[in-house]
Design a protein around this ligand. Sequence first.
Ligand code: FES
Length: 186
Amino acid sequence: MADTVTVPPVGHVTEAPRRDLLKLVTVASAAIGAGAIAWPLIDSMNPSQDVLALSATEVDLTPIAEGSGITVLWRGKPIFVRHRTPEEIKSAEDVPLNQLIEPQPDSQRVKPGHTQWIIVIGICTHLGCVPLGNKPTDPRGEWGGWFCPCHGSQYDTSGRVRHGPAPLNLNLPPYAFETDTKIKIG
Ligand code: FES
């Protein structure tokens, strides 16, 4: 069972048992120390306005060959931009939803009229590793999407988890097509 610390009333500190007083001083010092560390950390998590203004990333899709993909950084996160083949699109669209760990139709994960492009946040939903699969020479797993080497999770060509331990599909970043060959993420 955890020890409790008795806080002596003001003016009666000298009456407190020495053991309790020492504990009180230790706890108080630890609290001050934790506060001093936590604040800069919390503060650094709040991006300033100028950082937020620069937080959109434009990507030229022209050089990305069919069947291949690239990784770009957006707000410090890897974003996979992948150019799907007709076969990859078809397999993503045709899978019965009851076979999926997190059922979601492909149509909800791509933009209408641009179904050849799948754009996902490249962070495994298990423990946060960056999966492999953007290059055609990478291992892509049984479902042809991405393979996480950390614990073996596999994702399909829509970025949906097909084999755990990852519990969820790869997340989607906010993005829009500015033209047929250019997207803006963020
Ligand atoms: S972090 Fe990807 S499988 Fe564990």
